[in-house]
Write a protein that binds this ligand. Sequence first.
Ligand SMILES: Nc1nc2c(ncn2[C@@H]2O[C@H](COP(=O)(O)OP(=O)(O)O)[C@@H](O)[C@H]2O)c(=O)[nH]1
Ligand SMILES: [Mg+2]
Length: 421
Amino acid sequence: MLSKPIKEMTILEKTNMAYDLMKDDDAVKGQAAQVETLLEKLKSEDITVAVIGQFKRGKSALANRILGDDVLPVGIVPITSAVTKVRYGKRQAEVHYENGVVEPVEFERLHEFISEQENSNNELGVQSVELKTPSKFLKNGLTFVDTPGVGSYHKNNTEVAYEHMKESDAVIFLLSVDSPINQIEIDFLKNTKEFAAKFYFAVNKIDVVSEAELKAYTDYCGMLLKQLMGKDDVRLFPVSAKTGQGIDDLKDAVLRDCKKNTREIMEASTAKKLADVINSAATQLDFYWSAMNLEYKELDKRFAAINKTLEDVRSKADACEGNFDVHLNEYKLMLSETVKDLFGMEYHYEIDTVRYGVIDMDREDFLKNVDDLCDDLTKTLDRILLYREENAYTVCHRINAINRLSRNLRRIRDSLTGERR
Ligand SMILES: Nc1nc2c(ncn2[C@@H]2O[C@H](COP(=O)(O)OP(=O)(O)O)[C@@H](O)[C@H]2O)c(=O)[nH]1
Ligand SMILES: [Mg+2]
């Protein structure tokens, strides 16, 4: 099947190969979709730069400075509770909800969706906020991401920061002179340094200290970061989001790299992310192994529970009177949650975007979609778990297929992480 040895393949070829291997196995549908996204990104060469750091270091203020537009809310109390993506374009703001709904909002109202106080624990179900502004910094397809604080009071925010770390190609890690680098920041860097291709360390709020104090701070942090990152050339960018001092140096460094070394950054970043997706696919296949090995009695119980949930979904759908697109997305989220609870596995659904004010699908369409959704779930689970399958040939075939897929994926992963087999 292989045209050339894995170790001679480019990152694009490896990513394509991983996609081809995964796309036909329902067990790793979610991961296949992630690889597809990686492929699209790799081809488009759009770099994502995220600002990451603990809350109140001045991430949002710095982002505003870099963009040259006060698009992001800044505050004395932790403000950002949702990830905010900024792209090039005519000034506009949209809130994207977990259930697929997209709602345009005015910039003045953004705090309602992304502040801890007004949307605590993300009660509104915001997935992300997407902004556009005609900043030169974003002109060449760069996406800029402002994240909630690492290690803030809500555990959720740290998870969000981790996830975004995984999605970014380059990271501006923000420290601030008013608090020495702490254990939370150190742990975060230790755990995530594998995921981004490029790091810029910035030290903010230099307007509040003397030159001597700043030097003591940067000497100390510089030493610590070199140890942490395991390399000697860690550069620190002292900045002040308040006065604008040092911002141009940081901006220039990011832009220069993104322009000159786009390919290199994208490939390094894709390699890291692909290895991570493959690890998650391997874990997923292990879950299927354990689910397949459940006793029939146990499997029967869980299939009965799934069927009960599907009945609930169908009767809910029958009683439903409008907002059909949103409800369909909500059923998908609910079903994947149930599969996770019952079988310990991720079950992937595309959540369709629902534009604000755009006409719903009609009732007939909706009921048909709900039917398909329900039928499809049991059929797929039947098939991948070989539920009640008495045919030895099918069983062997499936077991071999899982083994082969695991093995091939691990080979790609090892070639990405440089491990020898
Ligand atoms: N003195 C000073 N204050 C700053 C600077 N950057 C941000 N701040 C303040 O620090 C606080 C937190 O800023 P914010 O951007 O919301 O932090 P985030 O939680 O990391 O996004 C706000 O009160 C800002 O006004 C800076 O360079 N100098
Ligand atoms: Mg913020």
